[in-house]
Design a protein around this ligand. Structure first.
Ligand code: ADP
Ligand code: MG
Length: 225
């Protein structure tokens, strides 16, 4: 894990957002499951990557400063087969031109409860863990809760008791609920990542998609400095 961070800082002394494939590697070091992805720099690689996984894939525009991909129509969901992937590649290259540094080709996660799990380094308090309902409307829904690190069991209980998230996890209006224990694990693991990697200034998983079988990070970003 430390090597992933230091390699990036060697090349970018001012720090910044890790490329998505490196961010996925770092989360994996801490046992956080991510929807598998490849950062493709050309159409051929994108098509080859999409062919490896069963089922439809997601294409996401990538350049280092891009934070809200769906705000700029940079996320294409449910692409099945080579023709779809080629069309998606061309759409994104046409839409973003030279800004585009690559395209993330990602497997589609199962549907579930979309949550936000984040950690932010505060100069006084150190890493602060944030939790709440995720997805693209996360700011609109609000209600996020925060806890200091180290994250205790009681802290995790209080985060998970946030009423909007808790209702979704319990199964809201006939929708399936999800494994709150798996979400608790992700909270603990992300808190540990932040505590052990002081160069990590900020990390956000949104959405973490929770199902009865577990929790998978579908979108994430990690800033180091
Ligand atoms: P943004 O940069 O706008 O946050 P995301 O990568 O989070 O972009 O994608 C927006 C939405 O698309 C997510 O909230 C989620 O509903 C859906 N999504 C993104 N990636 C996946 C995936 N791998 N599998 C299933 N759904 C996804
Ligand atoms: Mg997101």
């Amino acid at each position: 894990a430390a090597r992933i961070v230091s390699r990036y800082l060697d090349a970018h002394p001012d720090g910044g957002w890790l490329p998505p494939d490196r961010a996925a590697d770092l989360l994996a070091c801490y046992g956080i499951a991510c929807a598998r992805l490849v950062l493709a720099r050309n159409e051929h690689t994108a098509v080859a990557a999409a062919g490896v996984w069963d089922g439809p894939v997601v294409l996401k525009a990538y350049w280092p400063e891009l934070v809200h991909k769906s705000d700029v129509d940079g996320v294409l969901l449910g692409l099945s087969g080579e023709a779809d992937v080629r069309a998606g590649w061309r759409l994104l290259t046409r839409r973003f031109g030279d800004r585009l540094a690559g395209v993330v080709v990602q497997e589609t996660a199962n549907k579930g409860v979309e949550l936000l799990v984040g950690v932010d380094s505060d100069p006084v308090f150190g890493p602060l863990v944030g939790f709440g309902v995720g997805g693209t409307d996360t700011e609109l829904i609000g209600g996020h809760r925060f806890a200091l690190t180290p994250l205790t069991d009681l802290d995790a209980d209080r985060l998970l008791a946030e009423p909007r998230a808790a209702r979704l996890l319990a199964g809201y209006r006939g929708r399936p609920g999800a494994d709150a224990g798996a979400v608790r694990e992700v909270l603990a693991r992300l808190a540990r990542l932040a505590a052990e990697q002081p160069c990590v200034a900020e990390a956000e998983i949104n959405p973490l998609i929770a199902t009865p079988e577990g929790a998978v990070a579908a979108d994430f970003r990690i800033r180091v400095e």
